[in-house]
Design a protein. Sequence first.
Lengths: 602, 142
Amino acid sequence: MLTPGGIHWLSLLTFFGVAVAAVGVGLYTTRVVRTTSDYFVASRMVSPVLNASAIAGEYLSAASFMGVAAMVMAFGYDVLWYPVGYAAGYLFLLLFVAAPLRRFGAYTIPDFAEGRFDSPTFRRVVVIFVLIVGIFYMLPQMKGAGLTFNVLTGAPYWVGVVVVGGVITLNVALGGMKGITYVQAFQFWVKLFALTLLGLGVMTVAGWYGHHFERVSGPEPLRFPEAKVVAHQAGTVLRLPEAARVRALDPVAVEFPGGELRQIPAGTAFTLPPGQSRIVAGGRLEYQAGSAVPNAPAGESWAKPFGPFTSGLGYPLIFTYSLMIATVLGTAGLPHILVRFYTNKDGEAARQTTIIVVGLIGLFYLFPPLIGTLGRSLVPELYASGETERLLLAVPSAVGPEWLSRLLEAVVAAGAFSAFMSTTSGLMVAVAGALAHDIYTRTLRPRASSRARRLAFQASAILAGLIAIVAGIQVERFAINMLVGWAFAISAASFFPLLTLGIWWKGLTLPGAMAGTVIGGISASVAILAAMWLAPLDLGASESLLWTLLAQPAIWAIPIAFGTMVSVSRLTRDRVPLDINLKMLRMHVPEQLGLRTEYIRE
Amino acid sequence: MAEGAERPTGDWQPTELALELADTAGEIEAYLAELGRFWAEEEQALIQEVAEQTTYGAILLEDLIRRQLRLGLGVAALFIGGLFSLPIAYLFMPELMGLRLFGLPLGWLIPAAIIYPFVWALAWFYAHRARRYEEEFRELLR
């Protein structure tokens, strides 16, 4: 029994099962959500294990759940730096941010900005960056939700966006931070379980990690182990390292490497020569067992650093280092993650939480490289059809028996839904928190009652949900994964310098902090936007240092932000806050001495 | 309710247990109030010391911050050094990176698996040390 999207009904059932369970957990917890502080910070009494599961659940988005494995399959070794950077970001959060930020009593980064420099203006500047990061991070999640929903049910793209967006908005508006804490923690374990079962299940049937790695990383071109049918769209380019024997199942037209165009009737066997061919009229081709896989990177470049992913712009070492810096320091400054730290009881609990997060995320990331390797070995036809993005949904069908494939598919569907939902919920709390807390309570209505603040949070959640849904519907045809890269670059080049210097250096002044935050954030944004918009224009010199630095700006934008902060602060030495020692005391002295006031009160 | 405060009179007669509980509650309340005053004084004294910059407390705080920062930078340098040397390790030590463990080359296994327990160990080491520095700071203030 298949759905219109060609997926077994069991997957659909688990997909909705997880959605219903999430709403159920959310609704159940709303019964214990009573106070305003429950809404914003889950009353600061979330235990480290629960909080760490929730942070990991929130952080591991669809990009981590499905995207990293797919990119490992498509590009190989260089993609491993992403999960490494994502996990190590929490180490840097622990080293420089977690405990002092919690002790300072700041709920959001804008809180920190105002509290550390006594400047409401600075809060407004920072809140704009927070909203940009939150909304741009949300769009790829909405797109992923729409596409997966479409694959599973055959419903139009916008239906998935509306359903997923609506469910999440409901959960956030009803349960606030406390409500989604339990949902996100639950969803982390769904995701980990899904990847574990997929990895171990496939290996049980098809053989050990090392066996597959050995097969796909050698000097020989990657070849189909058995005959495979691939449906090619018109316009697809096929790059082959050696001749491939194929048979047309539909009538197709192919432009061969020399430029010769041939009409090929259905049922004809022919040879695709090495080089670049192009499908002019699409149809199904059957690749014979042992023929080379088109568009698959060579084994050597796939299995070692400086492969196709980092060397495209000509400076692979700079590209690699810059990407590492951006993922590590970007993670340490992400506003929607930092908000969660305020739900810890105290600074020490914030540290414990971070250690557990590092463990949970490390455990999770053992699987994407494994699944990427298995995909290269078991479903190479995805290279030919250009659909490596579908890896997670395709791997289960590659292993028998039938019931196991269906079970694994269903588990993947549950994990995928959890991934969109937990990340989007977290972003929505951060965006709604910024609107309700930073703009409404702190700027417009400082004397608002508890009830009014709670209503403001709910209204902001609904507003954020509407923005996510409306914008999410628009972006179906955009390649928007760059937006997450943009969010990381802003985070790394503006929030991270602001937090670390603000926490550790007494000499940082308001003008210095503001100049560095703005210059760092804007220069990283401009670089990435330039790379995004200019790349399709194909200006000729695609291999250049300038392109590399535009596409991966962290390596220069972060030093510029730090440099600006330090030099401007030095020039405005007289602007150091008078009570700076008291502020340092609050951030660095353990709570047991009793020197603490909370930003959010009952 | 402190000793000697008025107790409800009339038809209702408090039992012995209720009276005892009320007394105990009063004692606890008084103790808490005193403790609160003590804390407030101590806090005030400390804040004053620190605010004056030259005193013992301020020096201690500066020292704590410096030690924590040095610890954090040390751990960060260790990690970044290791991470940055990984992509170029293939150029300098191809044999070592090609070494097989569980059927996988070491060069793949490090970023795909081994690095995670390493990061976790660094995190644990840092938190352990940072807490010890804070305990030492509190001991010195006492």
